[in-house]
Design a protein around this ligand. Structure first.
Ligand SMILES: Cc1cc2nc3c(=O)[nH]c(=O)nc-3n(C[C@H](O)[C@H](O)[C@H](O)COP(=O)(O)O)c2cc1C
Length: 199
């Protein structure tokens, strides 16, 4: 089995459901997910999803997710700089920060590595690995926009979670999965998570 390795980070912007639905989609595939949630990410996720503490894998399983037999989640503490994903010598297939707060965006755009999420993103940029950011704020200040440009110039894909409506999404999950589908496309996964435009 060809198990891919993907880093998923959830930070303290609104929209933790994007990270949760992404983790859900990845664990239905033969993927080893390295999951890091910032302290603010955990706080916002508690407001938005009700998940506060305990194993994230159990949270997914209890919400009905059926794991692929080749799927695994490694949960990483935000201050654990000895985690595998802190090193460029550890090879993986890409990182997604969903959602990405303006704080985390600023850290990445300026090479500041205050936690394992910033460090792992910094490693992706230096190693030229896929790094997908879902920055969430509204409106954006000039500082936010400039930080997005800096991150994009360094190689990140800036994918604001602004869903399309042409597929006529009926539920919030449909809307979110439209974005998760684009993330999976960028990481090179085959999927049928969301309808595609067929002309
Ligand atoms: C309910 C709630 C919603 C928030 N929404 C956003 C947001 O959409 N975008 C953002 O950049 N920050 C938002 N914040 C603020 C961040 O959580 C805060 O800036 C934090 O320092 C981010 O830290 P992190 O980047 O380590 O996760 C929100 C905070 C709370 C409590």
């Amino acid at each position: 089995m060809n198990q891919k390795k993907i880093v998923v980070a959830i930070t303290g912007a609104s929209g933790s459901i994007y990270g949760v639905r992404l983790a859900r989609a990845l664990t239905s595939l033969p993927v080893r997910v390295f999951l890091a949630v910032s302290p603010s990410g955990r706080q916002v996720m508690a407001y938005e999803t009700g998940y506060e503490s305990g194993s994230f894998e159990m949270f997914l399983r209890e919400s009905g997710v059926i794991f692929h037999k080749g799927a695994k989640i490694d949960e990483i503490q935000p201050d654990d700089f000895s985690a595998l994903i802190a090193s460029g010598s550890f090879r993986h297939d890409g990182m997604v920060i969903a959602p990405c707060s303006m704080n985390t965006l600023a850290a990445i755009a300026n090479g500041i590595t205050g936690n394992i999420i910033h460090r792992a993103a910094d490693v992706c940029l230096k190693e030229r690995r896929p790094l997908v950011l879902l920055p969430r704020e509204t409106p954006f200040s000039l500082i936010h926009l400039k930080n997005m440009v800096r991150a994009a110039e360094a190689g990140a894909v800036i994918m604001p979670p602004s869903p399309g409506f042409y597929t006529r999404p009926a539920t919030i999950d449909d809307l979110v999965d439209g974005i998760v589908a684009r993330i999976l496309d960028h990481l090179g996964f085959a999927h049928d998570l969301s309808p595609r435009w067929e002309g």
